[in-house]
Design a protein around this ligand. Structure first.
Ligand SMILES: *[C@@H]1O[C@H](CO)[C@@H](O)[C@H](O)[C@H]1NC(C)=O
Ligand SMILES: *[C@@H]1O[C@H](CO)[C@@H](O)[C@H](O)[C@H]1NC(C)=O
Length: 362
């Protein structure tokens, strides 16, 4: 074997080995690069998903917020002049559904003697005696006049055995809602009260879900609470909200505040894009489903009960615009524009209505 051939062989072997090492180094580098790419991709996917969920959350935020629900459950100023007399009572006072309240208002009694608050003969679950009608009427008036006092009184009843009395529970929930209305949206006390109230309202509904007023307040507190919880709970409680609305409206199909709320829920869910819906579906067993037609049906029904309601009219128009029915959209926008606004949010809605008429009026 010549030296040169040995050298050549050694060189060849060395280069093969070297090539192997080089290849190995190259492969390792490639794998590392691929891993980096993967990490980056995963990061990008995560960011994309987060952005998508943010979008879903923003869209779902068009479900009436707690503040808006509060507005819906109070008498809007100027509303009194524009609606038929039978609806002029505050929704918050529920007079439409409970004639007994009327009698209480007209009765000279300011506060019933405490001994007559309970009717021992109609003791319900063997815990605390059930509330008498007089006591219920007194509480209803107290909730309207001084919700904090009503809350304190009922908390006492609650701890003394009325925790399973649906009549106490829904009123306690309503008192929470009324007190919370005086706190700023960011105040943690508001969230605390609304979530506490939701607990009472949902307990009341689980005891008796055949009484309209109970289911109505369960819907209102559940809807208000979605304003104060995270994304996952917002979607979950959204369908609970919808279920209460369905139940309450099956008992009274003419309760326009509930019709409007259900319309808003359907509208915001129907307006999720396909992609947003998929993103939500990845997280939830039963992603929310609703159509614009469902929303439109509820807004139109609310409109027949309470016409000249700017916000509801604008929502009807938004539905028609989504359905590409400009003719009807403009009809309802003009109807909204014929109403005098009573506050800044109505002024803003009319501003939007003017813009939409210009865009779709042809
Ligand atoms: C529920 O409320 C309805 C209507 O007030 C009443 O007739 C019914 O007895 C109540 N049911 C229970 C379980 O309390
Ligand atoms: C709802 O969807 C329609 C069309 O799909 C769109 O024009 C409209 O801007 C959407 N509205 C909201 C509030 O996302």
């Amino acid at each position: 074997m010549s030296e040169s051939s040995l050298n050549w062989k050694t060189f060849a072997m060395m280069s093969v080995a070297g090539g192997g090492v080089a290849l190995l180094i190259w492969q390792t580098a490639q794998i590392r690069k691929m891993q980096d790419d993967c990490t980056r991709l995963r990061e990008e996917l995560r960011t994309m998903h987060e952005e998508m969920m943010d979008r879903v959350e923003r869209r779902l935020a068009t479900v009436p917020s707690g503040d808006q629900l509060e507005k819906l459950t109070r008498i809007p100023s100027g509303f009194l002049q524009s609606v038929p007399s039978w609806t002029t009572q505050s929704i918050c006072s529920d007079d439409m559904y409970d004639d007994a309240n009327e009698e209480w208002y007209n009765s000279p009694i300011v506060s019933p003697p405490s001994s007559s608050l309970f009717d021992p003969s109609s003791s319900s679950a063997g815990d605390a005696p059930a509330l008498t009608q007089v006591a219920m009427d007194a509480l209803d008036k107290l909730i309207d006049d001084n919700p904090q006092k009503a809350y304190d009184d009922m908390k006492k009843m609650y701890s003394e055995g009325s925790s399973k009395d649906a009549e106490v529970l829904w009123r306690l929930a309503k008192a929470c809602h009324c007190i919370a209305g005086d706190y700023d949206r960011k105040n943690p006390k508001k969230k605390e009260l609304i979530l506490e109230g939701r607990g009472y309202a949902q307990s009341a509904a689980s005891i008796n879900d055949t009484k309209f007023i109970i289911v109505k307040w369960a819907a209102i507190l559940t809807g208000s609470a979605t304003d104060h919880v995270g994304m996952k709970e917002k979607i979950e409680q959204g369908s609970v909200f919808k279920a209460y609305l369905d139940k309450a409206l099956a008992m009274d199909a003419k309760e326009y505040s509930l019709l409007h709320m259900r319309g808003r829920y359907a509208f915001s869910v129907a307006n999720l894009s396909w992609l947003e819906r998929k993103a939500a579906a990845a997280f939830f067993a039963t992603p929310p489903e609703a159509t614009i037609d469902e929303a439109l049906r509820d807004f139109l029904a609310a409109n027949t009960v309470r016409g000249k309601w700017i916000e509801n009219l604008v929502y009807i128009a938004r539905c028609y615009i989504t359905k590409k029915d400009s003719k009807n959209a403009v009809l309802y926008l003009n109807e909204a524009l014929s109403v005098a606004p009573t506050d800044d949010s109505e002024k803003e809605l009319l501003e939007e209505a003017r813009g939409l008429v210009k865009k779709h009026g042809g």
